[in-house]
Design a protein around this ligand. Structure first.
Ligand SMILES: [Zn+2]
Length: 513
């Protein structure tokens, strides 16, 4: 491959400025929770986002997503882009073979249709598990290598929650992972990937990669890269990229603990320009730094009852209660009632809680605005997220659930949709301080305040905001939060790994037992 790349770069140089390198763009993005029983099928991708050809540009060019970064980076570095297909589904159970075969076949077919490309920029989440392939992302790369050979430069971007399979460093030409949690650097990483592609195609760079996987379950409670212990490690990764021109990229992804697969856990990936020894050495050094983090990983969080009690008494408002066990972005149900049940039980005032419950939305629509609502909400997806909670109140608003986010937020998406939604003002509401339940028809991650403001909710004026999340919500909520309390609730994304039985993960991981 390396000899070919040199030849290719030389050929391009000889041809002068005759032709810009032509780079294909594609993506299949999924974070799969292997403890979730609900599989992710083709309809789940179709329901969230599948974009083809120039639709990809329309969807992503102005977004903060890495594909927006590919587009900006390509302009900056003189690459022509050819779009294939980009598919995205909300985190949930493993991807079905049917969905995987359909999407990878379409990706390969469209790559053939756009003609011979000089390279491929490929957006994969990095934590996709497929029914038949525990390392779904590596399998995408295997298929691409089989179809297009080892010579095609493939620069892959991954989420910081990627469980990177070591083989991916052999199958890809270069791996670039988001550095930040919340993921506010997605567009920056896309630009970075395009820059590496330009170095390969225009300057003859020859990437070589090293990966280290420190034997940790890196608990999600400590993923925030704006704080210790991750902050200095991310700073060191950024420093290395600036300090040494031979270093093309340094990534320190924390991994995703809700996938029971051999590659589960954090990684260090270092990409250098034809210096494998430097890559190995720095990967090892950073992995040792990460291993030290285990010494500060202690779990000590209040349960729902205690957290609600504290939130009601807290003067620094709004208080954000983080429902860790129902982290929608981690593949959970979105209808946990653990905290809502306590809010009702303890007569809390001025709370806001979103709840995935399409059936209840239809009921609210039938009642109409102003209708008397009296119905059990949530707790319907499975037995892990609490029982339905009876909510009595008034239907305040019904709307289509669509909104736009223009700021830099985790996920990088601009056009968002929580499905047909209804706002219920529950018992105990006053005009100044309503008790709000926002029921929606799509499982929807709370990464934008637009989710609330588009429904007429003024989050700054409320006492308590419940978010079904872990860390990612912070980019949106920290600017307005008075207090943030992480809550140990049960569910598919419970923060305590001992609530789960791991059979396929490496048995020696610190943090599991
Ligand atoms: Zn992530």
């Amino acid at each position: 491959m390396k000899r070919f790349l040199l030849f290719f770069a030389a050929a391009l140089a000889l041809s002068g400025q005759a032709r810009k390198p032509r780079v294909a763009v594609g993506g299949i993005l999924h974070e799969s929770n292997t403890f979730a029983s609900d599989p992710t099928d083709l309809e789940d991708f179709a329901g969230r986002s599948i974009r083809r050809g120039e639709e990809v540009r329309d969807e992503y060019a102005r977004s903060q997503h890495e594909i927006g970064g590919y587009i900006e980076g390509a302009e900056r570095h003189g690459l022509d882009l050819a779009f294939t297909v980009v598919a995205n589904a909300t985190p949930a159970g493993p991807v079905t073979d049917r969905a995987f075969e359909t999407l990878t076949s379409e990706l390969i077919e469209r790559l053939r249709q756009v003609g011979p490309a000089d390279g491929l920029l490929l957006a994969l989440h990095g934590a996709m598990v497929v029914e038949s392939y525990p390392d779904g992302d590596a399998e995408v790369l295997r298929r691409l290598r089989k179809a297009f050979g080892d010579e095609l430069p493939i620069v892959v971007t991954h989420d910081a929650h990627a469980n990177v399979a070591p083989q991916e460093t052999e199958l890809s030409t270069a791996l670039v992972l988001y550095k930040e949690v919340p993921h506010v650097d997605q567009r920056e990483r896309g630009i970075h990937a395009a820059e590496i592609m330009a170095k390969i195609l225009k300057e003859g760079a020859r990437p070589t990669q090293a990966i280290e996987k420190p034997p940790l379950l890196y608990n999600i409670l400590f993923h925030n890269t704006n704080r210790e212990p991750m902050l200095p490690l991310v700073q060191e990764a950024r420093r290395l990229e600036k300090a040494n021109p031979k270093i093309l990229g340094v990534s320190v992804p924390v991994g995703y603990q809700y996938a029971d697969v051999p590659q589960m856990g954090p990684s260090v990936v270092v990409v250098t320009d034809s210096d494998p020894e430097l890559a190995r050495m720095e990967a090892k050094r950073l992995a040792d730094m990460m291993w030290e983090h285990r010494k500060v990983m202690k779990l000590d969080l209040p349960d729902a009852a205690e957290a609600v009690k504290r939130a009601m008494a807290e003067p620094e408002t709004p208080v954000v209660l983080v429902e860790m066990g129902d982290n929608i972005g981690g593949g959970s149900a979105g209808d946990s009632t653990a905290i809502l049940a306590e809010l009702v039980k303890q007569n809390a005032r001025g709370y806001v809680s979103a709840m995935f419950d399409p059936e209840a939305v239809r009921h609210a629509v039938a009642l109409g605005i102003g209708g008397d609502f009296d119905r059990p909400l949530g707790g319907k997806s499975d037995d892990l997220h609490g029982a339905p909670v009876r909510i009595r109140g008034r239907v305040q608003l019904i709307y289509d659930g669509k909104y736009i986010e223009t700021a830099i937020r985790h996920g990088g998406r601009r056009y968002l949709d929580q499905g047909l939604s209804a706002v219920i003002h529950a018992e105990g509401s006053t005009p100044d301080l309503p008790n709000v339940v926002l029921i929606n028809s799509k499982r929807h991650t709370p990464f934008s305040l637009g989710q609330l403001t588009s429904a007429g909710i003024v989050p700054e004026r409320q006492q308590i905001l419940v978010v079904k999340a872990a860390v990612a919500f912070r980019a949106a909520y920290e600017p307005i939060a008075g207090t943030i309390i992480e809550v140990d609730t049960p569910g598919l994304t419970a923060v305590n790994p001992n609530r789960f039985i791991y059979k396929h993960a490496r048995s020696d991981l610190f943090g599991i037992r």
